[in-house]
Structure formats: C-alpha cells, structure tokens
Ligand binder design. Structure first.
Ligand code: PLP
Ligand code: TYF
Length: 398
C-alpha cells in the first residue's frame, strides 16, 4: 500500500533539538525550539498553574466535554486580546472557539478562510514561523509574502512592508505577529502599527493576528496587545489566534483560542457554528484539562495576578540574558555591532550568524540553533552565557 511514501522533510526547528540530544558533550546548548527554560535550563511549571491544578482536582470534568469550560476559556481569552472593556467583548460580536493551541487556531482559521473566501490568498511576513507555511499549504490557501526584516539594519523594513501592503490586491488576508515576532524579535513601533492599520483600512485588507507570546515582549499583557487594540479602534474586523503554550508554560496541554470579529451577534453565531463544524470533522472536541487550568487562572483575580507576576519573571530573565550575551561579546572585543540582541524582544534573537558560523558552533562548540541564526534566548542561562559568547566571538572573528 505505501510503497509510494517517501520520508517527509524534517521540521527545521525540531531537528535542532534532535542534534542537541545526540550530542552528549557536557557543554552542549540547545538554542532551538522556543519553549521557556529557567536559569538552570529546566522547563518551568508556573505556580499559578500548580494552584489551579489543586483547585480543579476532583472536578467532574474527566468524563465530559465541558461546554462551560470551553465557553469560559473563550470568554477569558478574548478579554485578554481585545480588552476587558472593549465593545467587542461587551456586545459579544465575535465568533470564538477553543482551539488546539496556537497551531490549531491557525489551522482552523486557514480552513475557514478557504471555505468562505475560496479565491483568497494569505500574505505571510518574510521571515515568519516556518509552520505558518505548512498550515496554510495544508488548507490549500495560496501563499504570498510581504517584506518584514531588513538584513542591513537588522530591524524592521517598514517602507518595504508598507509597499507590499499597498501593492497587494484590495481585500487581501495578511498574517501579523502582534508582538514578539517569531523568528526576528522585531515588532513595529506603536506609530508604525497605526500607519499599518490605516493602510489596511484603505486597502480593505483582513488582519489575522497570531498571538503566541502575549506578555513575553514587554512583560505587560496590555502593552503586548497594543497592535490588536489599534486595529480594533480603527474599526477593523480581525481574526486572532491565541496560544497559552509559552505564556503559561502549558506547551503539552495545547490550549488556545480562535476568535473572528463579526459585524453583529447574528453573524458571529453563524461564523462560530461553521468553525465548530470544521473542528468537529477534524478532531471532534478540544481537550478539557488545559482549558480548565487556563480559565481557572484567568477567571480568578488572585491567580491572574500571580500569573502576571510569573510572566514578568520569565520575560525579565530573557531580557537579562540578552543584556549578558551582548555585554560579553562587547567585552571580548567583538568587531561587530550586537545592539540588536537587546533591541529585539520576546523569546528570540535573530542573530545574523550565517550557516557556516552556525555549523562551526555545532561542530566545534556543541551549540545548536536553526540555520537562519535564530537563537532561542530561553536556552541561554547564567551558567552558559560566557561559553556561548566566547563561541560566537570565535566563529565571527575573521
Ligand atoms: N505561532 C507562533 C508565531 C509561534 O511561535 C508558535 C510557537 O509555538 C505558535 C504559533 C504555535 O504554538 P502552539 O501551537 O504550541 O500554541
Ligand atoms: O518556533 C518555535 O520554536 C516554537 C516551537 O513545528 C515549534 O514555535 C517549532 C516548530 C514546530 C512547532 C512548534
């Protein structure tokens, strides 16, 4: 039956971890997959999650698919994204469904897009999270790209981005990272977001926000949602994928939400029913446990403020490591400018290292990262930052 099946291409990010695991050297460092690690390099289970676990222990959710749990998760998620006092939330003019984390939310939306806007395409930033390409490909939505990163400045290529937004046919779908852009760590400024939003309005484009890192860019949930709030104020109907994998350290629980803003409640009811139907044929219902943890945390002022504190601790640790890495490289007398390490935000540093240098880091120093030079800052610790800086200095010396 399956003679025609060849090996699927490896995921570029997941193969970094494979290379790391295969290397038993005690100095090895994994700068691959973007999941948070503490200063010991260990996965972190947040105290707010532990507390929520204790609260729901014994709850009668194990057998049943909790409609209430799902509704509560969606309600709390949209409050986070759009603001507790936003009209959308107050009026309920959104179609919101629990999704299999951020990936599943994107996949559900891509499927919905193809079904109800079958002629449309999706514009993805260059670069973007590699899985975006897979997700929209599998949903059979044709892809286009728009410029985002400027190699020369190691910053945002704002004018090129605006040109591409302008030159796209009116009524196009665009995927935007509202904060902590993966992989570059570069976000538009508030003023630039306003200009982007204005141009989207003129062009009648549809903004789809993939928000996997709310709280990770600045340590402030509201500030990290500023792009979405600007588009909201400008009257856009937007789509939004939310993930709790990184921000609550729930990677294995697959908790997420997809919301699509609608003109009114009736439209929202119709859109929601279609999203649910798509989900039903793909995986039935989403799992209950993680969703209950998240809605318990978000729905309780005490647990929520504990989460905000813990999210800040995570984002502060990453910022501290950015400063330490840059300091070390400068102290070693590196001839290069490393300002971008601290200018970029979120989980990743788009280092600018080239594939040859990255190969040397792996072969000679047991340090592993994807070959686009993206460093997961969560893999950097007080214990390994000196070694890492030395190694980067060695491979960038001419
Ligand atoms: N979107 C972006 C930009 C990401 O970086 C990730 C990373 O994990 C995801 C979506 C999806 O993550 P998950 O499916 O674990 O929520
Ligand atoms: O960008 C990352 O590292 C995370 C984790 O197919 C990830 O988003 C990587 C690859 C993938 C799924 C998740």
């Amino acid at each position: 039956w399956w003679d025609n099946v060849g090996l699927a291409p490896k995921d570029p990010l997941l193969s970094v971890t494979e290379a790391f695991i295969a290397d038993a050297n005690p100095n090895n460092i994994n700068l691959g997959v973007g999941a948070f690690r503490d200063d010991e390099g260990k996965p972190l289970v947040l105290q707010c999650v532990r507390d929520a676990e204790a609260r729901i222990a014994g709850a009668e959710y194990l057998e049943s698919i909790s409609r209430q749990g799902t509704l509560k998760l969606v309600e709390e998620s949209v409050k986070l994204a759009y603001g507790e006092n936003s009209d959308v939330v107050k009026e309920g003019s959104f179609a919101g469904v629990q999704a299999i984390s951020g990936t599943g939310a994107c996949r559900l939306f891509a499927e919905f897009q193809r079904r109800f806007q079958p002629e449309s395409r999706i514009y993805l930033p260059v670069p973007t999270w590699s899985n975006h390409h897979n997700i929209w490909r599998d949903a059979q939505v044709p892809q286009r790209t728009f410029q985002y990163y400027n190699l020369a400045s190691k910053g945002l290529h704002f004018s090129a981005l605006m040109d591409d937004v302008k030159n796209a046919p009116n009524h196009s779908f665009f995927l935007l990272h509202p904060c902590a852009h993966n992989p570059t760590g570069i976000d538009p400024t508030e003023e630039q977001w306003r200009e982007i939003s204005y141009l989207f309005k003129v062009k009648n484009h549809f903004p789809f926000f993939d928000m996997a890192y709310q709280g990770f860019a600045s340590g402030d949930l509201e500030k990290d949602a500023q792009a979405i709030r600007i588009f909201l104020d400008d009257g856009h109907l937007i789509g939004c994928a939310q993930s709790f994998s990184k921000t609550m350290g729930l990677y294995g629980q697959r908790v997420g939400c997809l919301s699509v803003l609608c003109v009114d409640k009736n439209q929202a009811t119709a859109v929601k029913s279609q999203l649910q139907q798509i989900a039903r044929a793909m995986y039935g219902n989403p799992p209950a446990h993680g969703a209950l943890l998240v809605s318990t945390i978000l729905g309780d002022p005490g647990l929520k403020s504990l989460w905000v504190k813990e999210a800040k601790v995570m984002s502060d640790r990453i910022m501290k490591m950015r400063a330490a890495l840059r300091d070390n490289l400068e102290r070693l007398g590196s001839a290069f400018n490393w300002e971008h390490i601290t200018n970029q935000v979120g989980m990743f540093c788009y280092s600018g290292l080239n594939p040859e240098q990255i190969d040397r880091l792996g072969n000679e120093f047991h340090i592993y990262m994807p070959n686009d030079g993206r460093i997961s800052m969560a893999g950097v610790t007080t214990g390994n930052v000196d070694y890492l800086a030395n190694a980067i200095h060695e491979v960038t010396k001419s």
